[in-house]
Design a protein around this ligand. Structure first.
Ligand SMILES: NC(=O)c1ccc[n+]([C@@H]2O[C@H](COP(=O)([O-])OP(=O)(O)OC[C@H]3O[C@@H](n4cnc5c(N)ncnc54)[C@H](O)[C@@H]3O)[C@@H](O)[C@H]2O)c1
Length: 323
């Protein structure tokens, strides 16, 4: 292993943990050296796949292997404890969204990382989706004029959600707003600006889901009244999944999973043009950025503070939601 390789412990080898694991194979200068999962079989299977050591908790890993960073892919209520231990040991942290299941836990994580001087990155993968990267460049170039409206719909049916931690408020911190719309809120902050006000309507369509909402709309606005609509559902039939941005000089839309091409058009154009979709996929892009930041090659572009803001805004939405 070269001295420029970041040694990473992956914590939680479930659904997204396995996606991250596959992504490290496409990332430069990082190696997964340990896998931790409270389910020993899950840890062992994942570790065998990448030639890492398997552990059942973080303390055990810290005792046996040298790591520079951890990548936290556990359910949200476990993020604080795992991150606190890692930060205490001077490790950099990449943490899945939502940064934590409630704002106070997220705040503690941000404060601890600042005090220790380690990197804390929230895994907002959509910022690294190639057409979103192209859209950000387009906005910054001024070609769309002043961006005034935003719309983001992420509504992929989540089968069996009533039987998983996603619908357990204590673990997840909320329903589809906390799970899915944290991404949308972050995209609004990334592409449009800081959220100054939020309004929301939530609904439970499937009563078996228990306490949390499975469908929601939130309205976001900046201090100067640029505005966004965020739509999310776990239970509606598949439809468009799209990020739309409207400016005074042009518009752009990024499509996900629905076969439509991402495109943009300005007042100077006769027809829509494709947005550049080339580049590493969003997970490889996200992890490469974390690795580069930990190795001092770039400034962290998406931080613990970004994760905290998204959780705070979801909580504001819950406080005033009707439904
Ligand atoms: N960015 C994305 O697109 C995306 C997609 C899916 C999930 N997520 C996020 O990733 C996280 C995990 O979601 P998932 O779908 O992979 O869940 P999952 O239930 O499939 O996997 C979680 C894994 O963590 C393990 N685990 C639980 N507590 C642990 C602990 N204290 N220490 C070690 N391991 C522990 C479980 O045994 C399980 O293997 C959540 O925060 C979720 O919101 C993000």
């Amino acid at each position: 292993m070269s001295s420029h390789t970041l040694r990473v412990g992956l914590i939680g080898a479930g659904g997204i943990g396995r996606t991250h694991l596959a992504s490290y194979e496409r990332v430069r200068e990082a190696q997964i050296v340990a896998i931790v999962d409270i389910d020993e079989e899950t840890a062992r299977t994942a570790a065998q796949r990448v030639g890492a050591q398997a552990f059942r908790d973080v303390e055990q890993m810290l005792h046996h292997v040298e790591v520079d960073a951890v990548d936290i892919c556990t359910p949200p209520s476990a993020h604080l404890e795992v991150a606190s231990l890692a930060i205490e040991h001077g490790l950099h942290v990449l943490c899945e969204k939502p940064l934590a299941h409630q704002p106070n836990a997220a705040r503690q994580m941000v404060r601890a990382a600042e005090e220790k001087g380690v990197k804390l990155m929230t895994a907002f993968c959509h910022r690294f989706h190639p057409p979103i990267v192209a859209l950000k460049r387009l906005i910054e170039s001024g070609e769309l004029g002043e961006v005034v409206m935003f719309r983001n719909r992420f509504a992929v049916p989540l089968k069996g959600v009533e039987e998983r931690w996603f619908s357990d408020k204590e673990v997840a911190g909320g329903g589809v707003l906390m799970d899915t719309s944290v991404h949308s809120i972050d995209l609004f902050r990334f592409l449009v600006g800081e959220v100054a006000r939020v309004q929301a309507v939530t609904r439970q369509t499937n009563p078996a889901i228990g306490e949390v909402e499975d469908t929601a709309i939130a309205l976001l606005s900046t201090a100067d009244n640029r505005m966004g609509v965020v739509e999310a559902s776990w239970v509606l039939a598949a439809g468009f999944n799209v990020v739309e941005v409207y400016g005074t000089e042009g518009a752009a839309m990024v499509h996900y999973w629905d076969g439509f091409k991402s495109r943009y058009k300005t007042n100077k154009m006769d027809d829509w043009q494709p947005l550049d979709e080339s580049g590493p996929d969003r997970f490889a892009g996200e992890i490469q950025h974390f690795v580069d930041a930990c190795l001092g090659r770039t400034e962290l572009q998406v931080t613990g503070y970004d994760g905290l803001r998204a959780v705070e805004i979801v909580y504001e939405a819950y406080a005033i939601a009707t439904g």
